[in-house]
Design a protein around this ligand. Structure first.
Ligand code: ME8
Length: 662
């Protein structure tokens, strides 16, 4: 067992009756950022996310899709999981409330509450909101006060939880643990709710089939919130939580609309069962679209994938954490997103990295130079960087992501200004000038190294590229932030390969592409009703020409822009044993080197392909061909009846590697 201090945090366990939008993405990215940050501070961290798969809503959605509930939720959970992977989210535990280990934990918790005298049988009649899975305090015929949708009158025999018995214990707990609920406004809201008196809570249902049964008491199934909240515990051992060692959680991060479930019901269930309570519940604000909460029911959602396809996952992560003050509501706008991308990422971090590396390449033989006599402006920048380290860690500890990033970007701006005022490019070749230039370039590179270490939890992808550009070993995620100090950049370290970070993008075009993809996604059928795409190896090898499309098959420009094609250069090519048609290629596409399999082995000699420029579809999902991973597709014409592949190329002009085909 690790002797590092443990840190356990959770996202909400998301409903599977819809697909993730950037509201869900926000909570998950925040958790992932905290997870990465805590690791860099020396903690043994576990993060749980997952899917909340029971309830009448799922019953109805599955019926509508014409599939069994289990199939419905399995497909939806896979979609959620895949998206988190694409966003670089490193969840350690993905718990599904249909997992067997979860059902056991829920039944165990119910049993403990019952044995301790906090569960009793009764009947309940009330207005129920099937969308929020909660009884609501309205009259028959009235809509849900939370989501505005119709409620249903439900009468059923069920088991009650004696929530009323926990008013005093909860108030006592809140008083003794002033940081239990964050931020302050949410704490006050919960306090006044509990001070107003607590009514017992119905925690089983007999009107719903799709849920975790109460053993020996069928048709009672457990109330979805009793079920879902327990997922936090079942992910880390359930009844064996002590042995696993991560419970109680340090942090449940949720949106503000579910604070009551987390800060009142959940601690009451745990108290009733005699189990330890989580240390903190943090309820963040909402992402708004046109001033309303972004939500599936209002239909005003924006999905993460189009943004990731056009700007990259780091751009979305940066925007979400920088633009909204954590805890408050924040408006989403494509305009602000692209603005931030161009100004902070392309012109800020990206530019500092590329200009510093280019100058070191040119003047210092591609090795980190050795600084010599320092001038006041060098030491001032060093002092500022050292100060920023402290301030950023302090902000991250308070979940002040926006301020932390502001600090880092002020350091980047200071380094940019320093380069401009010191203008190392205009120094000559005298010994003194060379030494001065070396000092300036080392100083700029050291600012970059520190900025990268501090930014890594938010921008995992691009910081990894800059880290290797600076010739640093390992991954930035393994930096110990507690030991980060000015002056640790070793002179003489050779730079790594330069990779484009944040290519500048034309705003109108970027927005048009994202909006077109978003529209397309909204009109797409649910993944549960859509058959999986047929597996056609040719699409990942050389593109075999499909039959010419019929006139009615024409596509719009928005479909075409979804395909990202770039100029690539073949670096290596080799045959694959046991696959006569396939070649394994490595292709430089500007931003990275990709491994791609192409079905051209019968027509092209591998050694003759080296150095050849080709058109590459770069945003195809990776797949395995004959056990070899292929990450992209080389474009080729298919000629003659046998479909001989002829590689598309650029014979007339020397095109830049990575240039986009439009
Ligand atoms: O409530 N802005 O699941 P859910 C910011 N299954 N965050 C948002 C958001 C927005 N516009 N919309 C959603 C459930 N979220 C239950 C949770 S936990 C044991 C059970 C985020 O799929 C935010 O974190 O409706 C919110 O609390 C959560 O998604 C709701 O996800």
């Amino acid at each position: 067992m690790s002797d590092k201090p443990k840190y356990y945090l959770t996202t909400p366990i998301y409903y599977t009756n819809g697909l993730p939008h950037i509201g869900h993405t926000y909570s998950t990215i925040v958790c992932d950022t905290i997870r990465r940050y805590k690791r860099m501070r020396g903690y043994d961290v576990v993060m749980t996310t997952g899917t909340d798969e029971h309830g009448v809503n799922v019953e109805r959605s599955a019926k509508k899709a014409g599939v069994p509930e289990s199939e419905f939720v399995a497909k939806m959970a896979a979609e959620w999981r895949a998206l988190w992977d694409e966003l670089g989210v490193q969840g350690d535990e993905f718990i599904r409330t249909t997992d067997l280990k979860h059902a056991h934990t829920v039944q165990w918790l119910f049993k403990l509450c019952r044995e301790n005298g906090f569960v009793y049988p009764g009947h309940y009649t009330g207005q129920y909101c099937i969308y929020d899975n909660a009884y609501v305090d309205v009259k028959p015929g009235e809509n849900c006060p939370d989501c505005g949708r119709p409620t249903e009158t439900v009468t059923e025999p069920n088991y009650f939880f004696k929530l009323s018995a926990f008013q005093e214990p909860l108030l006592d707990w809140y008083a003794k643990h002033p940081d239990f609920i964050q931020p302050e406004a949410r704490r006050n809201e919960v306090l006044s709710f509990v001070e107003g008196g607590l009514r017992d809570l119905s925690i089983t249902r007999t009107t719903i089939r799709w849920g975790i049964p109460v053993p020996g008491e069928e048709p009672h199934v457990l109330y979805v919130w009793f079920d879902a909240l327990t997922a936090y515990l079942s992910a880390v051992g359930g009844p064996n939580y002590e042995k696993i060692g991560y419970w109680p959680a340090n942090l449940h991060l949720v949106g503000k609309e579910i604070i009551r479930f987390h800060a009142v019901y959940w601690p009451a269930f745990l108290m009733a069962a005699g189990l330890p309570l989580p240390k903190q519940i943090w309820a963040h604000g909402w992402l708004l679209m046109d001033s309303a909460k972004m939500s599936k029911s209002l239909g005003n959602v924006v999905r993460p994938r189009p943004i990731v396809h056009v700007l990259g996952m780091d751009a979305l992560r940066y925007y979400l954490l920088r633009e909204t003050v954590f805890g408050q509501d924040g408006n989403f706008s494509y305009d602000a997103l692209v603005q931030r991308y161009n100004s902070d990422l392309a012109n800020g971090l990206g530019n500092l990295a590329s200009r510093t590396a280019a100058m070191i390449e040119k003047n210092s033989g591609g090795k980190i130079p050795k600084p010599s006599a320092l001038q006041p402006q060098d030491t001032a920048l060093a002092a500022r960087a050292q100060e920023v380290i402290g301030e950023v860690l302090e902000q991250y500890d308070k979940l002040g992501f926006s301020l932390a990033l502001e600090e880092i970007w002020s350091l980047i701006a200071a380094a940019d200004k320093y380069l401009t005022t010191e203008h190392p490019w205009s120094l000559g070749e005298s010994e003194a000038d060379q030494q001065r230039r070396a000092t300036i370039l080392w100083t700029a590179a050291e600012v970059l190294r520190i900025s990268i270490a501090l930014t890594h939890p938010v921008l995992p992808d691009s910081t990894t590229k800059v880290w290797s550009l600076l010739g640093q070993s390992g991954q930035p995620g393994s930096i110990a932030l507690d030991g980060l100090r000015w002056g640790q950049l070793a002179p003489g370290t050779p730079l790594g390969k330069s990779q484009p970070l944040f290519p500048r993008i034309e705003k109108a075009e970027a927005i048009e592409r994202m909006e077109a993809m978003e529209k397309e996604a909204q009109n797409a059928p649910s993944p549960v009703t859509t058959p999986a795409p047929a597996s056609t190896p040719a699409t990942n090898g050389a593109a075999a020409a499909a039959a010419a499309p019929a006139a009615t098959d024409k596509i719009g420009i928005e479909d075409f822009t979804k395909i990202e094609m770039r100029v690539g250069q073949i670096k290596t090519a080799e045959r694959i044993v046991g696959a006569d048609k396939l070649l394994k290629l490595t292709v430089d596409i500007g931003s990275e080197i990709r491994q791609i399999c192409a079905g051209i082995a019968q027509y092209y000699e591998p050694e003759k392909l080296i150095g050849r420029k080709v058109a590459v579809v770069v945003n195809l999902a990776p797949r395995k061909l004959r056990g070899v991973e292929s990450n992209g597709m080389i474009v080729a014409a298919s000629v003659g009846p046998e479909g001989r592949p002829v590689l598309a190329g650029f014979p007339d002009e020397d095109v830049e590697i990575g240039a986009r085909l439009k």
